[in-house]
Design a protein around this ligand. Structure first.
Ligand SMILES: [Zn+2]
Ligand SMILES: [Zn+2]
Length: 347
């Protein structure tokens, strides 16, 4: 039986923390569950998952649908699209069976690339290599999640670049159904021809790249990494962009700032999945509204900056050891209105 290899290349950068990552994990499970009910898919579909953030790795090697177990997705700093494409090309080389004169190889693989941001590495060399050597051998569908996606780059990679906006209750379910339907359609069409048809796209849900957003939106969120003073475990604070009208008697303008969306415990492997170069942007804390508590120990604030420039949790004006540089720091109540600069990630 000839296999239909399906690769999911998933953006696990820090902006995906919380709901989005959970949705992607649940979505993958839902896709696999639905595919297993389809006899064509069950016979032919093999699935693999490549995760990428600052680095990229195969977290589920290509296996048949019945034996596939959706992996837990990691989280890291950075969106290294170039590195992800290199990992994908290496995986295509090593896992896909090629057709030879005396053997029928695999069907043309399908790749679903999901990303919610813009690359933090330079993906140009990888994109050129993809277009020169791989674009004809695989069907790549790039799906941008939300407004901050770099469609210019995705458009250079594939004609099948589309955007998904999760605006209404039930949209995500429809989206998952569409991915499933497109895999099923392709598993049915194999054997008929090499042309793969994508399932009809619900226009209200997906906008094909033919009409790209005229301008890439500003970054939708800011993420900051800290460590718990007591447990030394890392956490991630996420701030979402919010626009507010500020009106005075004489003029009106829109001010954008970032409001706290949540503070999430991180695994230590966050640092393994991160690209340190993607962490060097600075943000002024005065642009950030809201201070979360520590998700590990419950300390009052997770937003205390040590002199070493790193963030830690504290419970009030007190002395404590910085979990990063190990120095003793004392915090006083200063009503500093100007804020201070802290390093931030660029998932
Ligand atoms: Zn803590
Ligand atoms: Zn320190």
């Amino acid at each position: 039986m000839r296999r239909l290899p399906v690769f999911f290349v998933l953006d696990c950068s820090e902006s995906m923390v919380g709901d989005s990552l959970q949705k992607m994990e649940d979505g993958l499970q839902a896709i696999v569950r639905a595919l297993r009910t389809d006899p064509h898919a069950l016979e032919t579909v093999y699935i693999s998952v490549i995760a990428f953030a600052g680095v990229a790795k195969t977290i589920a090697p290509l296996v048949e649908l019945v034996s596939f177990y959706p992996p837990k997705l990691p989280l890291g700093g950075g969106t290294s699209l170039g590195v992800a494409l290199e990992a994908l090309m290496a995986e295509l080389d090593s896992s896909v069976v090629k057709t030879t004169p005396d053997r029928k190889g695999d069907w043309k693989p399908i790749v679903y690339l999901f990303t919610d941001g813009r690359p933090t590495d330079n993906p140009n060399a990888a994109i050129d290599r993809w277009n020169a050597k791989y674009a004809k051998k695989a069907t790549l569908i790039a799906v941008g999640l939300g407004q901050s996606v770099d469609f210019e780059t995705l458009g250079r990679l594939t004609d099948n670049a589309m955007m998904f906006e999760d605006t209404q209750e039930g949209d995500f379910k429809k989206f998952i159904n569409w991915v499933t339907a497109s895999v099923v359609a392709q598993s049915k069409s194999v054997g008929e021809s090499d042309a793969q048809s994508l399932a009809n796209i619900d226009a209200s849900l997906m906008r094909i790249f033919k009409n790209p957003p005229s301008k890439q939106a500003d970054e939708a969120c800011i993420t900051l990494v800290g460590r718990c003073q007591k447990t030394r475990k890392p956490y991630l604070m996420k701030y979402d962009r919010a626009i507010r009208d500020v009106a005075t008697r004489d003029f009106k303008l829109q001010v954008s700032h970032f409001e706290i969306a949540g503070c999430y415990p991180l695994e230590e492997d966050y640092f393994i999945w991160s690209d340190p170069r993607a962490m060097d942007l600075k943000v002024n804390s005065a642009d950030l509204i809201g201070t979360p508590g520590c998700p590990h120990c419950g300390n009052f604030t997770a937003f205390a900056a040590c002199g070493c420039g790193k963030l830690m949790c504290i419970n009030g004006p007190e002395e404590g050891f910085c979990p990063w540089c190990k120095k003793l720091v004392s915090f006083s109540c200063s009503g500093d209105e100007d804020g201070f600069d802290v390093g931030r990630g660029r998932g």
